[in-house]
Design a protein around this ligand. Structure first.
Ligand code: ARG
Length: 488
């Protein structure tokens, strides 16, 4: 008990030391050089959440997926005006502020409204658009839900961490707010009757209503602050960068380019015709590839590290054993979701490294797997009868030789099936890395939700795909297990 307590204290101390390491003053200074950094890199990284047609969404051009929308056009213009290459970083709306603060992206162009709370974290450009706030409902409810008073005490859906969340809270009496991460999820809630209405911005509502004939505007609903502006968010204290942004926005306004951007967004939304599978199969194929890739890397490297950790845990030296236990317990005792975010934001915020989401996702999975696999391997080794070690040692083999030639070959038979199960688990769990924008099956299903305005079918397809992968894998495992029994 004492050991555990000591270990726990040590963990907390190490954690505090790491947190202290992020020096806030150094960070503020470096943000002054924001613009220089972008110039030097030659690439402008724009963060957005592509679930927001006509602002930003993904669509299919000859089997290839491309970003389109008003914000994308604006991002292209800012990049072009400054001779920069453009890199779009697509993630959840509620992760964007974190991403800009940790330096994952240089700008947010994501239909974002400047608010006092957000202004504490970032600076905003001059606005480039103004939009109406709307309420949408099911057509079948149109007779009952007319004015804002009709929504009192009702469940209202909104996208998480958006202005719409605030509006619903302040304007609707005793509203029960249901916040979901992505717009298509809220739409699905509405369609399935889980919420009575959704607060949403006008242009986005129109895009979704076009594809979902069972939904309509609650026209009688008026909000106190019915119009909101939209601007680009940039890191604080970056005057030069802000100057460049405002120059581009001024030109957009002078030449009324927003109208052109709207037209091309409408065009991109239209082009997506053909049946569901011909349009979106490329998304799912890409997703399958990445899911398989990250799962294999997770299990293979996880096995390598897991084996090392298992051996450390079986070591005679107490400190080693203790370190291995702490590692395993920490990783098994914290959610993978948290670990994924820690790796993704931690690598930039603490280590100053610019690592892609895919690699971060893999690192998180490898680390997580290594803890589980370490236990599998340890259990496998322990399951080999003690007498085997005694016999080998009495024949004069060293500890290492005993392990290599006597224990491990026998342990492997016990370890392999469990490792196979771990692989199945990893395939499913890997869906969690979708939160940082790794385009595996789940992430691409969400992209298709946004692109097709159909919140349900893509989820169904994702479920079937995961099932095919895990089912095939477990069949293959049974086959090998059978073979191994025969060899006994
Ligand atoms: N304008 C709203 C806000 O700033 C919603 C923006 C949501 N954007 C998105 N790409 N989903 O809070």
């Amino acid at each position: 008990m004492k050991h555990i307590l000591k270990g726990f204290m040590a963990c907390i101390i190490i954690f505090c030391a790491i947190v202290n390491y992020i020096n806030p003053t150094a960070h503020a200074q470096s943000q002054d050089e924001q613009w220089e950094k972008i110039k030097e890199r030659g690439e402008l990284r724009v963060g957005l959440s592509a679930d927001y047609a006509p602002y930003e969404f993904e669509h299919n051009v000859n089997g290839k997926t491309e970003y389109a929308g008003i914000d994308i056009e604006l991002a292209k213009k800012v990049a072009k005006d400054n001779d920069l290459k453009l890199k779009i970083v697509n993630m959840q709306f509620d992760s964007l502020l974190g991403a800009i603060k940790t330096g994952k992206v240089d700008l947010i162009i994501s239909g974002m409204t400047p608010t006092p709370e957000r202004k504490k974290e970032v600076d905003f450009s001059n606005p480039y658009m103004t939009v109406q706030q709307k309420m949408i409902i099911k057509k079948s409810d149109a007779d009952n839900l007319k004015t804002i008073d009709d929504f009192a005490n009702k469940k209202i859906g909104v996208q998480k961490q958006t202005q719409q969340e605030k509006i619903a809270q302040s304007d609707i009496e005793n509203a029960q707010i249901q916040s979901l991460t992505r717009v298509p999820e809220v739409i699905m809630s509405l369609k399935s009757g889980k919420v009575s209405g959704m607060v949403i911005e006008g242009p986005v509502a129109e895009a979704y209503l076009k594809q979902n004939k069972d939904l309509t505007f609650a026209d009688g609903v008026k909000f106190n602050e019915g119009t909101k502006s939209t601007a680009i968010a940039a890191p604080k204290n970056a005057p030069k960068l802000m100057g460049k942004l405002n120059a581009s926005i001024k030109e957009v306004k002078d030449k009324n380019l927003i109208e052109d951007y709207k037209d091309s967004a409408a065009e991109a939304m239209k082009k997506d015709d053909g049946n569901f599978f011909s349009k979106y199969s490329s998304f799912f194929l890409k997703g399958i590839q990445n899911t398989i890739l990250i799962s294999i890397v997770g299990v293979l490297l996880g096995t390598v590290f897991g084996a090392i950790i298992a051996l450390i845990k079986l070591s005679k030296i107490r400190v080693f054993r203790w370190i291995a236990s702490a590692y395993i317990e920490f990783l098994r005792g914290t959610p993978l979701l948290v670990q994924v975010f820690l790796v993704y934001f931690g690598t930039t915020a603490m280590l100053g490294l610019d690592i892609s989401a895919l690699i971060c996702g893999m690192i998180a999975l490898v680390i997580n797997c290594s803890a589980y696999i370490a236990e599998i391997i340890r259990a496998g080794i322990n399951a080999v009868d003690k007498g085997q070690t005694e016999a080998a040692r009495s024949l004069g083999l060293t500890y290492g030789q005993t392990m290599k030639t006597v224990i491990l070959p026998q342990a492997i038979k016990k370890i392999l099936p469990a490792l196979g199960n771990e692989f199945v688990t990893v395939i499913k769990e890997s869906s969690i890395v979708s939160v940082i924008g790794v385009s595996e099956i789940m992430f691409n299903a969400q992209v298709v939700q946004g692109a097709s305005f159909d919140p349900f079918t893509p989820l169904l397809v994702a479920a079937v795909l995961y099932f095919i992968l895990t089912f095939t894998l477990s069949r293959v495992m049974y086959f090998f297990e059978g073979r191994m029994k025969v060899s006994d």
